[in-house]
Design a protein. Sequence first.
Length: 75
Amino acid sequence: MTTPVKAIYEDGVLKPKSPLQLEEHTEVEVLVTPVARTAGKVEGKLSDYLRALPPGTRSEEDIDQQIREGRDSWS
């Protein structure tokens, strides 16, 4: 079972933001992906922010196709 869980790192410990459906002392494997803080003052241009993001694995054509499909579903 793989379950994404949001957590806060505090005092050297990862603290889940919601209860986990695990028995006490169950060993788990954790992949940590820091979440960018979006609260507060926005500085700079959106285009600068987007260029600074790490490259993805999808091609421009894949993204364009997803946008087209999304637009088609709006009507």
